[in-house]
Design a protein. Sequence first.
Length: 200
Amino acid sequence: MARPYISILIIVISMIFASAYSLIFAFNFFTFLVTSVLIALVTAASVTLYIFVYYYNTRIKTMSDNNNKKEKYTLARRFQTMENLKSLKMAKYVVSTHAIYVSLCEICYLCVYYGVRTNYWEIFIYILDAVVTYSNFFIVITVIFSVPTWKRAFLRPCFAVRRMKTMKVSMTEEDDGRNPEEDARKISSVYFQQLDRAWT
């Protein structure tokens, strides 16, 4: 059952938090150190929540694969868990990149704040400017490469990548001599056997 209100609710809540943070920072409701602590806490909470959700879905998958008699999981629950794990694996690099970006900005801010009276604060200003300016480039590349279909579509126009991929596939076929169609049939048969056991 489609629930479009969930996506709308997430967007609205995100906009509310972003607007509140912008107003607080613009009108200096908090000091610089308090704002830095809040940024660090939000980053740590986001990473911790991601790890918890990933661990929870991994635990559900392990228990359902082991056919634990004490825990009964429907086929829909198992499928949803697998989809959650796929999404979490794709989001792993995005979350890591954002955490690194926020950490670098936080370190540069603190170095500038405590180094105003020294001659080194200008260096951290330039570093911070470079981090903020070029962060979007790395974040976009990370998002593209975290989704397999986007990655293939992004690399498809590159002739060198296509050439390397063709050579790799040909060398692999020459080395092992396996038939990809036969392997696909075996994998499909195993999948349908597991699906049949799940329904019985």
